[in-house]
Design a protein around this ligand. Structure first.
Ligand SMILES: C[S@@+](CC[C@H](N)C(=O)[O-])C[C@H]1O[C@@H](n2cnc3c(N)ncnc32)[C@H](O)[C@@H]1O
Length: 306
């Protein structure tokens, strides 16, 4: 019988030949998935050797073949890791990306800033309020709730399928986040109007004529999650920003993810909309512009400590 080390190395070679940049990592992750262990355990068994379960070789070959035809790794394993949580994902929902973790970090920093200013948290739901629009799997909303459990978190998603994944994840993670189906370009969460501290959004933002090169994205992420409308891909994002402005309290913070190419155009669009101050942009871990931040005009300097 062929050993695990040989099989994983051959698997990585197969994936590399299929043009997959992360071939080594993916070959390891698929072996872990088939063996139902963590990747650290696969590495251990690759060094120590030992018998493989009956059927492993065939099952692993089948997974590698699917990955080689560019089915996303996360659809095969059914899992996506995001900050401290693991989300269930599959067809019908956008796979959360590492760059979105930066947006979550900015949201947590704002929650910590408000907490430092003495804002009460967790009292009858009357504490710091965050709304996540375009929730998808729930990655942003659940990561915030996981890391700052006293924050009151609500999330909105349009797609039936994505919302079903988000509900499934809420049950798996056992997090108290309100999930609502709706269109983020229209007013929502009316009972929180003008009171929200942070709105997070990772909207669809790809221009209609800029079909993604990556097969995994083009063929497997839902179109509703990708294409943002308008020549620059920002039509939906700008409409959502308008909704966010009416939801936020004075001095409240909008954090919106965008494409690398939109680090100038999205801040410019928000600035010209007039509702925003302190418009800025933030880099991801690869130093690419990926998140625009903006505040609603404050009634006064003391507003941040309301
Ligand atoms: C890029 S994905 C982001 C998903 C998730 N927030 C994340 O970061 O992984 C965009 C999501 O927005 C949803 N969406 C698109 N248009 C929407 C709209 N008008 N209102 C609400 N959700 C929308 C899509 O279904 C998709 O789940």
């Amino acid at each position: 019988m062929t050993g695990l080390r040989t099989l994983v190395r051959a698997g990585a070679h197969t994936l590399a030949q299929a043009g997959i940049a992360s071939a080594d990592v993916d070959a390891l992750a698929l072996a872990a998935h088939v063996l139902r262990v963590e990747t650290s355990e696969v590495r251990r068994r690759m060094v120590l050797g030992g018998d493989l379960p009956t059927g492993f070789e065939d099952a692993y070959a089948a997974q590698l073949a699917e990955r080689a035809r560019r089915v996303p790794l996360q659809h095969l394993t059914g899992r996506a890791h995001f900050r401290r949580i693991t989300l269930a994902v599959g067809p019908g929902v956008f796979v959360p990306r590492p760059e979105t973790e930066v947006l979550v970090g900015l949201a947590l920093a704002e929650i910590d800033r408000l907490t430092g200013l003495g804002r009460e948290v967790g009292e009858g739901g009357g504490g710091i309020r965050l709304v996540d629009l375009c929730a998808g799997s729930g990655a942003i909303a659940f990561a915030v709730k996981d890391e700052r459990p006293d924050t009151a978190v609500r999330a909105l998603e349009l797609s039936d399928e994505a919302l079903a994944w988000a509900r499934h994840n809420r049950a798996l993670l056992d997090l108290d986040v309100e999930l609502v189906q709706g269109d983020a370009t229209l007013p929502c969460f009316a009972d929180w109007a003008g009171t929200v501290d942070v709105v997070t959004v990772n909207p669809p933002y790809i221009p209609a004529d800029a079909t993604p090169i990556e097969v995994e994205v083009r063929d497997h992420d839902p179109g509703l999650a990708l294409y943002g409308g308008g020549g620059d891909g920002l039509a939906i994002a700008v409409r959502i920003a308008g909704v966010a402005a009416s939801m936020l309290r004075p001095g409240g913070l909008l954090l919106m993810e965008h494409a690398e190419s939109q680090g100038g155009s999205l801040p410019a669009a928000l600035t010209s909309a007039g509702a925003w101050t302190e418009v800025g942009d933030h880099l991801d871990l690869c130093a690419r512009p990926r998140v625009t931040s903006a505040r609603t005009a404050s009634r006064g300097r003391l507003m941040d400590a309301d």
